[in-house]
Ligand binder design. Structure first.
Ligand code: HMG
Ligand code: MG
Length: 310
């Protein structure tokens, strides 16, 4: 198996993770968490989104978050923007990079951003043009690349049509989202085989939700096909409130464990990452699902038991 030796992990927990929590996390807690993440060696953190606050009230404090975090040298602090209003808001907070987003399937696009696919392209083009004029890089997301919660299976050709248009607009990278976490490696292979006939592998990042436990298998298939950028979320937080049945992203700690054990370099420190996961777990007030957190919990309680017996 030919694998890359280096991979970039893009942490999306503060955005994808917190947008899906029913509890509003206090602004200062978000800021403290992002500050901890900034010390883990991650060089990309998607910190919030500038969508309509009525649609995602959990992230209504994006301005305050962006303005309050400590910026570590070499870390990109990014945010999601759906339209020009979102971009204007993001630019007032000195965002380093923005992401535009849309779906490969009509009904998820409509339910998520209230427009048809065709109506979305000019809205995003305006964002890309204005962001680039302001010297802010733009990443693109395509959701529902394997299946849509409303329309069912999505073909690679349908994804290609949307990818084509986003690439033409000038986004530097396109993150392909298995939004509801249904995909398996054979489907990832079929999707990437189609896209890689037209575009280089470094145009793509993969964004796997782990609803059915297939995310890491999908990462391995993507690595084999030359992909070197992956989105993930500390603690396995995440999900799209406008995609029925979506659950968390692949956890950053679990992804990191696997990549490190495969001798793939990421520059991220596992212990620091797990500390940041415990921090946000406490603020959210419910147990997070990552395997590495579970192992750390067990080790901690074993150490406490050992200390009691000596
Ligand atoms: P709309 O209601 O169609 O907006 O919502 P509109 O353009 O008709 O404007 C209506 C009003 O909203 C106007 O105010 C605008 O100014 C205001 P009025 O003139 O009536 O006073 N408005 C805004 N205010 C603040 N910030 C803005 C903004 N835009 C308009 N940005 C809209 C359209 C796109 C705004 C809405 O549908 C929305 O916010 N959707 C976001 C949903 C969302 O965040 N979903 C989750 C993120 S995507 C995801 O999780 C998937 C991903 O992780 C990848 C994967 O897993 O697949 C990325
Ligand atoms: Mg997502």
């Amino acid at each position: 198996m030919h694998l890359p030796t280096k991979v970039t992990i893009k942490e999306v927990g503060p955005r994808d993770g917190l947008q899906n929590e029913s509890k509003f996390i206090e602004t200062q807690d978000k800021v403290d968490w992002i500050n901890l993440l900034s010390k883990t060696g991650l060089d990309y953190i998607e910190v919030s989104s500038f969508v309509h606050p009525k649609w995602i009230p959990q992230l209504a404090d994006s301005e305050q978050v962006l303005k309050s975090i400590n910026r570590e040298k070499g870390v990109t602090y990014a945010a999601l923007v759906p339209n020009i209003r979102g971009l204007e808001r993001a630019l007032t907070c000195n965002v380093n990079e923005v992401s535009v987003f849309m779906s490969a399937s009509e009904d998820h696009n409509k339910s998520n951003i209230n427009k048809t696919i065709d109506e979305t392209f000019p809205v995003l083009k305006e964002v890309v043009d204005e962001a680039l004029k302001a010297n802010v890089k733009v990443r693109g997301y395509v959701s529902t690349v394997i299946a849509c919660p409303y329309d069912g299976p999505v073909s690679p050709e349908q994804v290609l049509k949307v990818v084509d248009r986003l690439a033409e607009m000038g986004v530097y990278e396109i993150s392909l989202g298995d939004t509801i976490g249904v995909g398996v490696p054979t489907q990832v292979e079929s999707l990437l085989s189609t896209l890689l006939k037209h575009f280089p592998s470094n145009l793509f990042a993969m964004h796997f939700h782990d609803t059915r436990g297939t995310a890491l298998a999908n990462v391995v298939k993507s690595l084999e096909m030359g992909i070197t950028t992956f989105d993930s979320s500390t603690g396995g937080l995440g999900g799209c409130p406008y995609a029925k049945g979506a659950s968390g992203n692949v956890s950053t700690e679990d992804l990191l464990y696997m990549l490190s054990a495969m001798n793939i370099e990421t520059g991220v420190n596992q212990e620091a990452l797990i500390e940041s996961a415990f921090f946000i777990e406490e603020k959210i007030g419910k147990k997070l699902v990552s395997k590495q957190m579970e192992i750390a919990r067990n080790e901690r309680s074993a150490n406490v038991d050992n200390a009691r017996t000596v």
